[in-house]
Design a protein around this ligand. Structure first.
Ligand code: ATP
Ligand code: MG
Length: 332
């Protein structure tokens, strides 16, 4: 079975629809066909400087949501990144294999650092993609299911794997991206050309998995739509309607042309109401399961301990090869 690995940041009190459709829903499906490793990347979340209480709370909520969405602690390794020390160790080694210019080309850093002011962004935000490469290479992942926003980072992971293998001998599997075209980028409801994002979308622009039905409906009804009244997909001229069509299609499995035919001549109102309903129906059971899991912290921690043990076994083995190949003395 090919191995997949992916991660999600505990940077908010809920996942959003883009995380769900672009990532977590696929992770669940891949458990049937792949050897799967999924993690809550708390080391990555440090790049935006959360308080200790925030980080703790969000890491638990993120883990609970992963299980609530259908990740199975028996079949997959579901764990918290900081429970496996090797991530930080390999990241340093890869940082030393990465050129400043190469790292400086990463567009996510440019976007995220522009928001806080260039000089104020942490060095961690700059080296983020290299830690991500370490995450992936540590597990010898064949495929990495992610949204389109991670394409460039994955390219860097591939380059680093190839460079290391070339310099120090075969050590890492070179990973391929696994990106589903239909849901590679769910956009912000208020700014339908920008991606929906935990840390940069406005509350009105984001559909949170753990949100109540009332606010969810309101947000969909108030989503920025485009001039005209035809429900048709048109990325250029109708990014708002196109995003909503994609959402409904992804959730219901109905192809976009079929939806266009169904809503012909009906205007935006009816369409939006239906989109709101499928979102609410999808999120409600996940929210309920998440709340239940969060009510039993000991059980949640036990599930994460199972995942950490599975992850550690693989990570330790990879690091033993890395250490030997790079020329470190055997650990006494
Ligand atoms: P942040 O704003 O803190 O970076 P995020 O919303 O980008 O949060 P991440 O935790 O960085 O979420 O990413 C988790 C996964 O969700 C990644 O695989 C990413 O590609 C995917 N993803 C994030 N946003 C979207 C989106 N709008 N559409 C599709 N996939 C997305
Ligand atoms: Mg992100």
């Amino acid at each position: 079975r090919p191995r997949v690995l992916s991660g999600i940041q505990p940077t908010a009190d809920s996942f959003h629809l883009g995380n769900y459709l672009g990532a977590v829903r696929q992770w669940v499906a891949l458990q049937d066909t792949h050897d799967a490793f999924y993690m809550v990347v708390d080391l990555h979340a440090l790049t935006v400087n959360p308080s200790a209480a925030e980080l703790t709370r969000r890491t638990r909520i993120a883990a609970a949501q992963l299980f609530a969405c259908g990740l199975d602690p028996e079949r997959s390794a579901v764990f918290v990144q900081s429970h496996v020390r090797e991530h930080a160790e390999l990241a340093w080694i890869l940082i030393c294999q990465t050129g400043m210019g190469e790292a400086g080309r990463m567009t996510q850093f440019k976007d995220k650092s522009a928001k806080v002011g260039e000089g104020s962004a942490s060095v961690g935000l700059f080296t983020y993609p290299i830690l991500q490469a370490a995450d992936i290479l540590l597990y010898q992942a064949d495929q990495v299911p992610v949204g389109a926003d991670q394409k460039q980072h994955l390219e860097l992971s591939r380059d680093l794997a190839q460079r290391f293998n070339h310099r120090f001998g075969p050590t890492f599997t070179v990973p391929s991206p696994y990106i589903l075209k239909e849901v590679e980028k769910i956009t912000d409801l208020q700014d339908p050309t920008a991606k929906m994002s935990k840390s940069s979308s406005s509350p009105q622009g984001i559909l949170d998995v753990l949100e109540q039905p009332g606010p969810l409906r309101k947000k969909v009804m108030r989503a920025v739509t485009d001039t005209g009244s035809e429900v048709v997909a048109d990325e250029e001229n109708k990014p708002g309607i196109t995003n909503l069509l994609r959402i409904q299609s992804a959730i219901t499995g109905t192809p976009v042309p079929e939806l266009e035919a169904r809503y012909a001549g009906q205007g935006y109102g009816t369409f939006k109401k239906d989109v709101a309903e499928v979102v609410v129906e999808t999120f409600a059971p996940i929210r309920e399961r998440t709340e239940k899991l969060l009510g039993d912290e000991a059980e949640l921690d036990r599930m994460l301990a199972v995942g950490a043990a599975k992850a550690r076994a693989v990570a330790v083995e990879t690091m033993a090869h890395v250490r030997e190949n790079i020329g470190f003395l055997p650990t006494p």
